[in-house]
Design a protein. Structure first.
Length: 292
């Protein structure tokens, strides 16, 4: 009897661990059975291919000068440069399309289930609210990660196919090997993933307060647009360091220089980590008081 009682806590801990993995797998099955999730991921994966093919049809003399800066400059630099293509694709979609994917996942995670009546089953089941939030957060993070990795893979492969391995060079003129270029692209991808996790955390926080998924998506996208507008206003420059999308268009381009300027990437990563902590804290506080 004594040995059985002593072994009970250990057995319970093991069951909790297995239960967490089982719930996570169930959440992923639920996520990837949604046609819209697969459609969004597929479209995002096609974007770098479309950009790469389009750039092959552009007269290089028409892109000289970089189109006045911004995304146009990146696209102009991506002509016949396989290294810049995936970075340009990620930077362009980070403004709206990638946050849309994270917002949709966050909206479906809580508000979507509340609308379908399945969230109540989670809340009355013997599952801790912290574990419930962790499962939902891991699901949203998985969707965001797959979206970025899909774009990174198709973008890098498209660049190799169109331009070859000898076309990897930085904006400062340094030639890179394919492995060096891949390492820099993966650095940008990891940074973008962290930004999307922050967007997903905000979406989860909003999702915990409503039963309308479209309201969550609209709120996140509206917030992104408002943050972008505020970023252009010098009158509120004191607010710029607190805006999540501050330097979203500049930070990824830092890996295109030699040497890589990691200061902007580090600042953006820290800002995203703060948004993740705040967003998940708000979502947890709401879930602990929610009964349906």
């Amino acid at each position: 009897m004594t040995h059985a009682l002593a072994a009970a806590p250990a057995a319970r801990t093991g069951q909790d661990s297995v239960g967490l993995l089982r719930l996570y797998r169930a959440e992923l099955r639920w996520i990837f059975r949604r046609p819209r999730t697969l459609a969004v991921l597929g479209l995002l994966a096609l974007i770098p291919v479309i950009i790469g093919v389009a750039l092959t049809l552009v007269d290089p003399t028409e892109t000289n000068g970089g189109g006045g800066g911004g995304d146009g400059a990146l696209l102009a630099s991506a002509v016949n440069n396989g290294f810049i293509l995936p970075v340009a694709a990620l930077t362009m979609t980070l403004g709206l399309l990638l946050p849309l994917a994270s917002a949709m996942a966050g909206a479906d995670a809580i508000a979507g289930e509340a609308a379908h009546g399945t969230l109540r089953g989670w809340l009355i089941a013997p599952v801790g609210r912290g574990r419930l939030l962790a499962i939902k957060a891991f699901g949203v993070a998985t969707v965001s990660t797959i979206a970025v990795l899909a774009m990174t893979f198709t973008g890098f492969v498209t660049g190799l196919v169109i331009s070859g391995t000898d076309s990897m060079f930085t904006l400062t003129g340094s030639t890179l090997s394919a492995w060096d270029a891949l390492g820099r692209v993966l650095l940008v991808a990891a940074w973008v993933v962290l930004q999307l996790w922050a967007v997903g955390a905000v979406a989860l926080a909003i999702s915990a307060f409503t039963e309308h998924p479209m309201l969550v998506v609209a709120s996140v996208l509206a917030g992104t647009i408002v943050f972008t507008i505020l970023g252009f206003l010098d009158a509120v420059s004191w607010l710029h360091p607190f805006l999540l999308n501050e330097n979203w268009t500049q930070a990824p381009a830092s890996v295109l220089m030699d040497p890589v300027d990691t200061a902007m990437l580090g600042e953006g990563a820290l800002r995203a980590a703060c948004y993740i902590a705040i967003g998940l804290s708000i979502a947890y506080a709401r879930l602990t008081t929610r009964d349906g």
